[in-house]
Design a binder for this molecule. Structure first.
Ligand code: ZN
Length: 102
């Protein structure tokens, strides 16, 4: 008899509860930072891998702004904190895991 997960009832080898837990505790931070020529950029931290690429493209399209990502941090031209948060929620990130500085 394989060991069963008490939460989903599946054998432990195929259960994904721990992975989901890890995803759920991932925090995303959004804040603005000063850029050159007294302009601002909006920084989105906390994404990785594929997600980072896709999310950067989606945010740039939705917010109609320039942007890039480097070393795991998305940098969007301009101040878009509230809009970026809204779009991340639309993309499926749990609202409770997003810390948006106002
Ligand atoms: Zn499970």
């Amino acid at each position: 008899m394989p060991e069963m997960c008490p939460r989903c009832g599946l054998p432990k080898e195929i259960c994904v509860c721990e992975i989901l837990d890890r995803e759920a505790t991932k925090r995303i931070k959004i804040y603005k930072a000063k850029a050159k020529f007294s302009k601002f950029v909006t920084i989105v931290e906390g994404l990785a891998g594929d997600e980072l690429d896709k999310t950067t493209v989606a945010l740039k399209n939705k917010l109609a702004c320039g942007g890039t990502h480097k070393k795991g941090v998305i940098e969007l031209q301009g101040e878009h904190i509230a809009e970026a948060k809204k779009e991340l929620v639309n993309l499926g990130f749990p609202e409770g895991s997003i810390d948006a500085a106002s």
